[in-house]
Write a protein that binds this ligand. Structure first.
Ligand SMILES: [Zn+2]
Length: 459
């Protein structure tokens, strides 16, 4: 990552090269929604596949589920989201803009510690300090109201309280409510894990910073059900496992750090984030690992009436398992990979020649190779090579402009290899393969091309 890199450059590259577009753009957009374009969708899928490999495929006693976004509303009562998952909001009576009370206080005085204040204390503080509206400058606010962050909609044709249904604000409950199903159907024994990749929604009033904070987002979640007493060991293990996973994806070790929480949620015994050093944003959370104790399963036992306990077949002990949760923000991981990979390299200072390159790990790169015929006359043969490689991985074909320009286009989207088919290829059966990072070129037989590229794709 370039030290002077700003998020604007990432946003521009993403938009111009098909990684990420503003949501509903032709209608003027919808604040804090983003659509992944052809290359962004590939990159995102590559991250998911890497996660599946490390968390489901390579692990013992690890199971993936794909639960529905819509769940019985009682789930959110049991989880505590109906009662206490909210932001303190107030409106400016003068200009009708809505703000978070804690944000107004934090921006007025970062030392004021709004996060430790009650609703009443925040109201008194705003009044006492005569904090003005950031939009119109007046000081004329409504009372503070708690605004639930869950997206709410109605099931069926009646819009009454009985038909309220929520878009899930986190994936975890889909794993918790299937704990008994997975254990029984997979004959799982504690400790075992349930993972899930999926979308979640939070109706936040002040999101921002590109895809770092959005109202719709995707998580890769991993819940480990363990014996009480073994929880801290699992918690420490998954913190480190997570950090290693990020390094394996390609994030630099010195751009990652642990952030242990001192202030814990009521259900948690220990909590730690893994943070990444983003350009413009600074350190931001990309993973959260929590020791949730038996809170979740106890609550679901209480609210559902189902017995959530586990009978240890070896010791005959019966207990409610503790849960160690490790959640990965998929959109944030993708953003971190793009920031990490982005570079502007000076090729020739005198000519002011700079190349933009994404040093993505080949396993993460959206396109693995770009096939370039030296002349359009060689197009048919080059296309045959492209079509053969495309049976195994994503391949591009580019016959427009000079070879140098085509290299640059491939560099900019992180394509690890450019394969040039030239006039000699006809006779010697070889192609020139140019490496994205070193820019070195090697001549290799077409028959060896696939295995040459595939060996770099290991994750
Ligand atoms: Zn105002």
């Amino acid at each position: 990552m370039n030290e002077e890199l700003t998020m604007d450059r990432i946003v521009n590259l993403c938009r111009n090269r098909g990684f990420i577009f503003p949501g509903s753009e032709i209608y003027g957009g919808l604040a804090n929604t983003w659509d992944y374009g052809p290359l962004g969708a590939r990159l995102k899928n590559n991250v998911k596949e890497a996660w599946r490999r490390r968390f489901i495929q390579e692990r013992h006693n690890s199971f993936e589920v794909d639960a529905d976004i819509l769940m019985n509303p009682r789930v959110w009562e049991a989880s505590g989201h109906v009662g206490s998952f909210s932001d303190p909001l107030l409106d400016c009576r003068s200009c009708k803009m809505r703000f978070r009370a804690d944000n107004l206080i934090d921006e007025f005085d970062p030392e004021a510690h709004a996060d430790a204040m009650t609703k009443e204390q925040m109201f008194d503080y705003i009044k006492a300090h005569h904090i003005p509206c950031p939009n119109c400058g007046k000081h004329d606010f409504t009372d503070i109201r708690e605004f639930n962050l869950m997206f709410q909609t109605f099931r069926g044709v009646t819009n009454d309280a009985k038909s309220v249904i929520y878009l899930r604000p986190e994936n975890a409950q889909g794993e918790y409510v299937n704990y008994l199903n997975v254990m029984r159907s997979m004959r799982a024994k504690v400790p075992f894990s349930i993972g899930q990749i999926g979308k979640a929604f939070r109706n936040e009033i002040t999101p921002g910073n590109f895809t770092f904070r959005t109202i719709e987002f995707e998580q890769m979640e991993f819940q480990t059900f363990c014996k009480p007493g073994d929880d801290i060991e699992h918690y420490e293990y998954f913190k480190n496992y997570g950090r290693q996973f990020f390094e394996d994806l390609g994030l630099a070790a010195d751009h990652l750090r642990f952030h242990d929480h001192e202030k814990l949620a009521h259900y948690a015994k220990a909590a730690c984030d893994i943070e990444y050093l983003f350009p413009s944003i600074g350190w931001g959370e990309i993973n959260g690992t929590h020791d949730r104790t038996d809170f979740d399963l106890s609550r679901h036992q209480e609210y559902s009436g189902e017995n959530m306990s586990y009978l240890d077949p070896y010791t005959n002990e019966r207990y409610i398992p503790y849960i160690v949760e490790s959640t990965y923000g998929l959109d944030r991981t993708v953003l971190a990979l793009l920031c990490e990979a982005y570079d502007e390299e000076v090729i020739d200072e005198a000519k002011n020649d700079v190349r933009v390159v994404l040093h993505l790990k080949p396993a993460m790169a959206p396109i693995k190779a770009s096939v370039l015929p030296l002349s359009k006359k060689l197009g048919a043969k080059a296309m045959e090579i492209r079509d053969e490689l495309a049976k195994h991985f994503m391949v591009d074909y580019d016959d427009a402009g000079s070879i140098g320009k085509r290299y640059r286009r491939a560099d900019e989207i992180g394509t690890p290899f450019c394969v040039t088919y030239d006039f000699d290829s006809e006779t010697d059966g070889c192609v020139t393969v140019r490496d994205r990072d070193s820019m070195e070129q090697v001549r290799i037989p077409v028959a060896e091309l696939r295995s040459y590229i595939e060996k770099s794709l290991q994750f």
